[in-house]
Design a protein around this ligand. Structure first.
Ligand SMILES: Nc1ncnc2c1ncn2[C@@H]1O[C@H](COP(=O)(O)OP(=O)(O)O)[C@@H](O)[C@H]1O
Ligand SMILES: [Mg+2]
Length: 302
């Protein structure tokens, strides 16, 4: 099955939010598991005020004995509404303590009877914290990058080393935040494939972080971006041959079978948030990188 890793190289451009939105928008008929593998710790359990019954730390403990892929489901929690999530570690001390177990855990995740969307957080030097083992099993690495000159310069600096480490793994960039540059200009500058930019959408992002409620979350710019991006990633809406579409998959409790993951975030007393159409005015930004192409961006980076 498909394993998509999401990361950043600097700052906090919205990796956890993007991973949650993508997993919640996964095509019907395909089981997905959201995994928090940020070495600095998981955010979703605290955001949802959930005391994890499992999570990565109990999975690591199990991996010390034996681990077959199906065992992963024993450590999976569910966000309200049904999205299966493997909650992250408490923090970097736990990440250091468990780093050596990552090859086994990454192997189990990649052999799971589900697609995996895995948030590996900000990439550390030498892809520390187990991220190297995850990326060795990944089908694609999606790097989120603020659409600012400095963030693009930092990413450009990191890309050659990253490409050498990844050896053939498909690397895709998602510009995030208030769009200062067009996807096309960023792609040209970095010479990488650029996915649809993640729009600024504080209301929907706050809803995904359980900080507020939003009516018709699936119609927000952020969730529509997630739909587009799942499609752009080539995740097939049709179940792969041999995978059960009917009935329960091992990770989904009986009462949550058929749950709409986006419904996970739908509140009881929703409020409307402002969703202006066409808020991402790409044409207005076209050309702002003119004169800041590879050469002048190089100057900016010096
Ligand atoms: N597309 C977005 N629009 C507006 N705010 C966002 C967006 N994505 C994330 N945020 C907000 O930015 C903060 C950091 O997001 P998070 O996903 O935790 O980033 P990261 O995982 O990269 O550290 C959170 O408060 C989140 O709600
Ligand atoms: Mg995060």
């Amino acid at each position: 099955m498909t394993l998509i890793a999401l990361a950043s190289v600097k700052g906090s451009p919205g990796v956890t939010t993007a991973a949650t939105a993508l997993a919640a928008s996964w095509p019907e008929g395909r089981q997905v598991l959201l995994v928090e593998a940020d070495p600095f710790g998981g955010d979703l359990a605290p955001r949802y005020a959930m005391a994890p019954t499992g999570g990565l730390s109990s999975l690591f403990a199990a991996a010390r004995r034996t681990l077959v892929p199906e065992d992963v489901w024993d450590h999976v929690d569910h966000l309200p509404g049904g999205l299966p999530v493997l909650f992250g570690l408490g923090g970097m001390h736990q990440a250091v303590a468990n780093e050596k177990a990552w090859p086994i855990v990454a192997g189990a995740l990649s052999a799971l009877d589900a697609d995996v969307v895995i948030d590996v957080g900000r990439l550390l030097p030498n892809l520390a914290g187990g991220v190297r083992d995850v990326l060795a099993r990944a089908d694609a690495l999606v790097v989120l990058c603020q659409s600012t000159l400095e963030a693009i310069v930092h990413l450009r600096e990191a890309l050659p080393g990253l490409a050498a480490e990844l050896r053939g793994l498909s690397l895709l960039v998602v510009p995030a935040g208030a769009a200062q540059f067009s996807a096309a200009d960023i792609g040209r500058t970095l010479q990488v494939e650029v996915l649809p930019p993640m729009p600024e959408d504080p209301g929907a992002a706050a809803a995904l972080a359980n900080r507020r409620s939003v009516k018709r979350l699936e119609r927000t710019r952020l969730l529509r971006w997630a739909d587009d991006t799942v499609r752009a990633l080539g995740i097939d809406a049709i179940s792969p041959v041999g995978s059960p579409v009917e009935g329960n998959s091992p990770g989904v409790p009986e009462e949550q079978a058929g749950a709409d993951p986006i419904g996970a975030f739908l509140p009881n007393d929703p409020v409307d948030i402002d969703q202006p159409e066409g808020a991402l005015d790409r044409t207005a930004m076209e050309g702002q990188l003119a004169g800041a192409g590879p050469a002048s961006m190089g100057e900016a980076g010096r």
